[in-house]
Write a protein that binds this ligand. Structure first.
Ligand code: DAH
Length: 340
């Protein structure tokens, strides 16, 4: 027994003295089938019967000690740790992060812009905080025009000459004032109106304005350009019609309708049983507007048009409530991923 105790102490000392960081070398030397711990276990058979119980307990405790050293070596041994990484399948795909998607208004805006870009229109942008000249006066809106009414326009409290633009027509003026002709631009952007929010109206929405100014531009050019747009946007079967209308900045002015996408022109609730829905305003740029912006109205003519992106989107996707566009409900937004 005493001999066994001495052997255990000697082996314990040599385990403690084991200074290599190689867990596998340790395992082979001490714990392997021909290892020193195993060999010590074999000494049990030489222990006298009355000491067997105590000897067994000592050996068990020693075995736990020897194995603990192995576990701690494994944890710090970079060789073994590296081996663990190698065992993991590094080709497994990672966890997918939830991805956002483009807003339907952005998607439709991009689609509109790309259709006009194919016709040679360039994108122009202007500020959302405008002055009276660019939003109203230069566009031939007389001082007492109802669109200037406080009901419709958000004015900036610090300066009564400043306002949130009520339409993207203000960008026309900024481009014309640059004096570089011809002009062929498309102006997408956000506009603001002092409206009560409902299913059909909002205090902010989005428009795309178009402007083409050169020599000999005619109403026929306007019609053909918009006809191309409608066919690209809504399909070849959709019909268009122009109705005379009034805008201070165009003369003559028109509104363009398309045949109802829901009933195909037969009449339904969406088209109020007329078979037609209005999608934009347009006309030949008023000579006063050209002159206001320093363009010779005897030499140049042009057409302009403006449309609401929300309206186009609602028609195309049969959306009945304008508020859905600004509520950020992902159940609504997700439906447009990859569709437009
Ligand atoms: N600015 C008009 C609006 O907000 C839309 C519009 C109509 C723009 C006719 C135009 C146009 O350029 O020619 O309702």
């Amino acid at each position: 027994m005493e001999q066994l105790i001495n052997q255990i102490a000697a082996l314990k000392a040599s385990i403690e003295a084991f200074s290599e960081q190689d867990a596998e070398a340790y395992r082979i030397k001490f714990l392997g089938s021909k290892g020193l711990v195993k060999a010590l276990m074999g000494e049990m058979k030489n222990v006298a019967a009355e000491n067997k119980k105590d000897a067994g307990q000592l050996l068990n405790e020693f075995k736990i000690f020897a194995e603990a050293k192995y576990e701690s070596l494994k944890a710090t041994d970079t060789g073994a740790a590296g081996q663990q990484i190698n065992e993991a399948d590094l080709s497994l795909p990672g966890d997918l992060l939830p991805l956002g998607s483009r807003h339907p208004i952005s998607l439709v805006k991009n689609r509109i812009v790309s259709i006009f870009q194919r016709l040679g229109f360039a994108v122009a942008e202007g500020p959302e905080v405008e002055d009276d000249w660019h939003n109203f006066s230069a566009l031939n809106l007389p001082e007492n025009h109802p669109a200037r009414d406080m009901q419709d326009t958000f004015y900036i409290a610090q300066n009564p000459d400043w306002l949130l633009r009520t339409h993207t027509s203000s960008v026309q003026v900024r481009e014309m004032e640059k004096g570089k002709l011809p002009i062929r631009i498309i102006c997408p952007g956000r506009v603001y109106r002092n409206e009560t929010i409902s299913a059909r109206a909002h205090c902010f929405f989005h428009q795309v304005e178009g402007l083409y100014i050169a020599e000999n531009v005619s109403f026929a050019d306007l019609k053909q350009t918009l006809y191309f747009f409608v066919q690209e946007m809504f399909g070849k079967d959709v019909k268009v019609r122009f109705r005379p209308s009034y805008f201070p900045f165009t003369e003559p002015s028109a509104e363009m309708d398309i045949s109802c996408l829901i009933c195909g022109g037969d009449g339904c609730n969406v088209c109020k049983h007329t078979g037609w829905v209005e999608i934009l305003g347009c006309g030949m740029v008023h000579p006063n507007v050209l002159n206001n912006c320093g363009i010779d109205s005897n030499k140049y003519t042009g057409f302009a048009f403006g449309m609401g992106i929300e309206r186009i989107t609602m028609l195309k996707y049969q959306i009945k409530d304008l508020r859905l566009f600004s509520e950020n409900d992902v159940r609504f937004l997700r439906q447009f991923t990859g569709t437009i």
